[in-house]
Design a protein around this ligand. Structure first.
Ligand code: PAF
Length: 290
């Protein structure tokens, strides 16, 4: 059987032409900044499953300058287009859109951007003030350009996923947002394009992050409240050489205040070997009998 054909579009007109050929097939999009790994591959599979074999799956690859602060890693962010395209082809992606900065922002940086609101200024947003405005602005533009029925984002960036869901609801984008489960290495570290920055020592030290999640889940199982669960996570991070915790916070599923009981989310960020690593997991708060 012939391999399905994957189109690579770099300009807006190539993108429009490709979509003219897709007719009314259901469309899914997976937005990425490249540096693709098995976590992205799972998002592609989720996208394919959402629209079926007859549907159309687009992957966008664009390192979005708007979401990087002045001292962040825009210049060094992994750029691995050849292997990214191979992964997309292996996952039966129909179309890859890889615009340049000039194609995405033809008039220079946009004057009108998406305000991520109060949640966008907390947690990751507290230390990275331009980040979520930049993310939501490019996500909004890519939703306009790709016009999908379904858009898939990883749960690994839980605050990003939560904000995208809020933007889609609050600004009436006609798209279903799906979250893909975090993919982990066998030793528990969440896959991230930024893991590439870790040397062997930092890679080993980074295991404190999944270990902190395991400690907090155990504390929750033993009846701990949100503060005690956070303390359990921070206890592991504080005690781990080479790891600087930024926060470990329990929230509700929409990143509001932690529930007294029921499903919550532990979000964790730590700096390891100079690299900011994010992780999160579901926490089931059972509480203690009073
Ligand atoms: O998660 C990412 O890779 C990026 O933040 C996204 C959603 C592609 C926007 O640039």
């Amino acid at each position: 059987m012939a391999e399905p054909h994957m189109t690579v579009a770099t300009t807006r007109s190539e993108l429009s032409e490709a979509y003219l050929l897709t007719g009314d097939r259901a469309r899914a999009v997976v937005m990425t900044m490249g540096g693709l790994h098995a976590g992205h591959a799972e998002l592609m599979t989720l996208a394919r499953n959402a629209v079926g074999r007859q549907g159309h799956v687009t992957v966008t690859i664009f390192v979005n300058p708007l979401q990087f602060g002045a001292n962040e890693d825009l210049a060094n962010y992994p750029r691995t287009l050849d292997s990214d395209l191979s992964m997309c082809a292996e996952r039966s992606v129909d179309l890859v859109f890889t615009p340049t900065r000039e194609v995405m922002y033809p008039d220079g940086d946009p004057l009108i951007t998406v305000d991520p609101g109060e949640l966008g200024r907390r947690f990751e947003g507290a230390d990275r003030p331009v980040h979520f405005g930049g993310v939501l602005t490019v996500v909004a533009k890519l939703l306009q350009l790709t016009n999908p029925n379904v858009a898939v984002f990883g749960e690994k960036d839980y605050q990003q996923l939560t904000l995208v869901r809020r933007m889609v609801a609050d600004l009436d984008f006609d798209v279903e947002v799906l979250g893909g489960a975090t993919v982990r290495s066998a030793d528990g570290l969440a896959l991230s394009s930024r893991n590439e920055y870790l040397n062997a020592d930092a890679r080993a030290a980074a295991l404190a992050i999944p270990q902190s999640i395991a400690a907090s889940q155990l504390a929750a199982k033993n009846g701990a409240d949100a503060k005690e669960i956070e303390a359990a996570a921070l206890g592991v991070l504080d005690a781990s050489a080479g790891v600087s915790p930024v926060y470990a916070v329990v929230t509700n599923t929409q990143m509001g205040p932690a529930p007294k009981s029921g499903e919550g989310r532990l979000i964790v960020t730590a700096i390891v070997g100079g690299t900011r690593l994010l992780d999160n997991a579901r926490i089931d708060i059972v509480g203690r009998d009073s």
